[in-house]
Write a protein that binds this ligand. Structure first.
Ligand SMILES: [Zn+2]
Length: 347
């Protein structure tokens, strides 16, 4: 049986070949975002591209296979070279981005820790943003801080008290090591739920970007996430009683969802692993998203580990993202901003 997941990996490998790329280019004109309320004619505000990089241990193997933090927690190269390769690209286009940081980096020692702290300092100086990213099961620094091991990624396996401890400890680890107090958040593997919304609010987080509207996955394991009922593409205040409800709007936390789009019955994320489709999704949102009263935030997701091989050299994702940056930066009403900057302009 072909599952949606294997189909997505198929698309990825397929797009590695010349024929594959050409076919995807042809298919890309069918990409569209279902449930997007369309714009009315008239003057439009800015189109903000919010590049978000989940920043973790790991790397991209030469055969393009991903080695994730869960599989190799001490592959800290995903931090220091991953960040450096992304910075080199972003700074070339003067694009500001948001790095959702798994605090596992603070479990590194010696020279590796020094290299990580140097990269984080560069990020701050260059006006990129550092947000918090939680993977309880693979974050050795968080586990050390709370003096406990954790088995699951997803927030649904933990209660409010435990989640609050994660969020608070993560925030303090970033503050202690960088001097920055993170204001934005993404749960590992998009696995936010209702108790986590409450914990974000009580810990002063203003912005979350865990939602992948219309997508769910890992339903039978510890990485379970489900945004199948939340189909909204414009930011909304998260619900304190049902995290997928986009109408309650009763918390102080603004959800800025990752842009998702539909193609051939699938729902996909705006992600440079499908370069042709990322461009097509951008085109669709650029033409159709309502910008009559507020700017629109087009949230793109990638990972630090997708920016580096094990030897530190930049990956195909960096090259593909360069093409996207070069393409999108030609539009005069498009800007690349951090998620907190987008929040200030939209809230
Ligand atoms: Zn992650």
């Amino acid at each position: 049986m072909i599952t949606i997941n294997s189909l997505k990996i198929g698309i990825y490998n397929f797009s590695d070949t010349v024929i594959g790329r050409n076919i995807l280019r042809l298919l890309s004109k069918f990409a569209k975002a279902r449930n997007l309320r369309k714009s009315k004619p008239g003057k439009r505000k800015k189109f903000l591209i919010v590049i978000t990089i989940d920043t973790e241990s790991g790397y991209t193997a030469k055969n393009s296979k991903r080695m994730w933090q869960k599989q190799q927690r001490d592959a800290y190269i995903g931090y220091y070279k991953g960040i450096e390769n992304w910075r080199n690209l972003l700074n070339h286009y003067n694009a500001k981005a948001t790095f959702f940081l798994s605090t596992n980096c603070f479990s590194a020692k010696g020279q590796q820790l020094t290299k990580i702290l140097t990269q984080l300092r560069h990020l701050i100086k260059e006006k990129h943003e550092i947000g918090l990213h939680i993977h309880p099961d693979s974050d050795l620094a968080l586990q050390k801080e709370l003096n406990e091991k954790f088995q699951y990624t997803s927030s649904r396996f933990y209660d409010y008290i435990k989640i609050s401890q994660f969020v608070k400890a993560g925030k303090q680890l970033i503050r202690k090591n960088t001097g920055i107090i993170p204001a934005s958040f993404r749960w590992g593997n998009w696995a936010l739920d209702t108790a986590a919304v409450k914990a974000l609010q009580s810990n002063g987080f203003k912005v979350d970007s865990s939602a992948t509207p219309g997508i769910k996955g890992h339903l039978n394991d510890g990485m379970h996430y489900d945004w199948s009922k939340a189909k909204e593409h414009y930011p909304w205040r998260l619900s304190l009683s049902d995290y997928q409800n986009t109408l309650h709007k009763n918390s102080k936390v603004l959800e800025m969802p990752i842009a998702t789009f539909n193609l051939l019955g699938m729902t996909l994320r705006a992600d440079p692993v499908y370069p042709e489709l990322l461009k097509a999704a951008f085109d669709y949102y650029y033409r159709n998203a309502d910008r009559s009263k507020k700017p629109f935030a087009f949230v793109v997701i990638s990972h630090s580990i997708e920016g580096t091989h094990i030897d530190g050299s930049p990956t195909r994702v960096i090259k593909d993202m360069e093409e996207f940056l070069s393409y999108a930066s030609k539009f005069v009403d498009v800007g690349f901003v951090t998620i907190n900057e987008a929040y200030k302009r939209i809230k």
